[in-house]
Design a protein around this ligand. Sequence first.
Ligand code: ADP
Ligand code: MG
Ligand code: ZN
Length: 476
Amino acid sequence: MEYEVVIGIEVHAELSTKTKIYCGCSTEFGGTPNTHCCPVCTGMPGALPVLNEKVVEYAVRAGLAMECDIEHQSKQDRKNYFYPDTPRAYQISQFDLPICKNGNVNIKLEDYDKNIGITRIHIEDDAGKLVHDNYTGGTLVDLNRAGVPLIEIVSEPDIRSSQEAIAYVEKLKGILEYIGVSDCKMQEGSLRADVNLSLRPLGQEKFGTRTETKNLNSFRAIGRAIDFEIERQKAVLESGGVVYQETRRWDDEKGEGYAMRSKEEAQDYRYFPEPDLMPIILSDEYIENIRKTLPELPESRKQKYINELNLPEYDAGIITSSKALSDFFEEAGKECNNYKAVSNWIMSDIIRAAREYEFEYSSMPYTAKQFAHLIMLVDKGTISGSIAKTVFEEMIKTGNEPEKIVEEKGLMQVSDENAIKEVVDRIIAANPQSIVDYKAGKDRALGFLVGQCMKEMKGKGNPQILNKLILEELNK
Ligand code: ADP
Ligand code: MG
Ligand code: ZN
């Protein structure tokens, strides 16, 4: 039997407001445990929440960027459950009237595009963190994260594979970073995904029973957890069993998912309207004012790169997948007036270096201006393309200006014909077989000789002049 995979994803993103959602405490990540806290976010009896207006603004920004309808009237609700990281014994979330509804995001895969529906986006507060303490053998609670604002973005069950799921979460991450509402640092838990997944026989309309794998916080984990769950459900169905609706955990180290609780054990959250907070009423004017401040989104930048700067679609897609990288590209391209060169460098050395030296695109070890100057040195003929790679590595290691590195290391390109001619003569004299090969029509011999001369000149020979002189010599 062939099965179709059906996936809907709930993404939680921590908003990058300065203060928490219902009090003035800092949202900064980390910190000494329980120092970013007050009676409100530690759930002291009688403490009253006051909604941080920025949270509403950010949720509306996200909703507009994801083509949602923004509700003029919404409210907040108590979601009741007991867990030691939530001292109030309820989370304040939104139940039946979320701020945003019915959105859309477009994802791109290798050979097709696809729309994923957004069911809703609502605001809620994050919980604290339980930390197991090996010293006392007990478990401690850190409430610094309690009350950090979140938006939850719920997708329609439109996703059909792990590839689509990853493309979707990458797309959301890109949008949230562009509009500046979340730093989306997955390793710090600022962006996490719950994956709902079911299988149905191909051609059947009715959905199968789904499971929900919670709190996936890397793209790798999302992909692997999905592929694991597809295989698991397939095996259950093929052996004549039934899939139970349950909440699951993913252990990324072991590469296994396991059941946490079944539907029968699922809590009844007893949602009811939060009596300490007013309904959220938004005017058209308020919404339109936020719409006006939305920056250019990745898709539109991408089209601009393809149509106006003639970048290949693939390259434009990679560059715009990160706002920091795309900002860098625009700033450096403008400075050196050679967008194509910047794009080529990004696609090769910059992406590689970011992996190798483990830096984020938002904090590269050189500025866009400095990098542009490196390209200008090549364009002016001061250094060759291959020397530029050496200079680039030096820029990463020392943080120095490219001009200074070239100067100090004596990396200037040699364009003096006499100096080059001397090397060419020497190399040709030492490789008589190459001349025979070249005359016999083997073009590779030319490349070989150029390479030998370049090596002799430590990469500093002007390649055009070198080529010209070798050809003159060979064609004599
Ligand atoms: P809950 O509030 O219990 O998490 P929702 O109805 O809000 O349930 O659905 C949560 C997510 O599950 C949504 O992203 C939705 O698209 C997805 N979903 C619902 N039914 C299925 C199904 N049968 N298979 C896969 N995903 C599903
Ligand atoms: Mg859910
Ligand atoms: Zn507080």
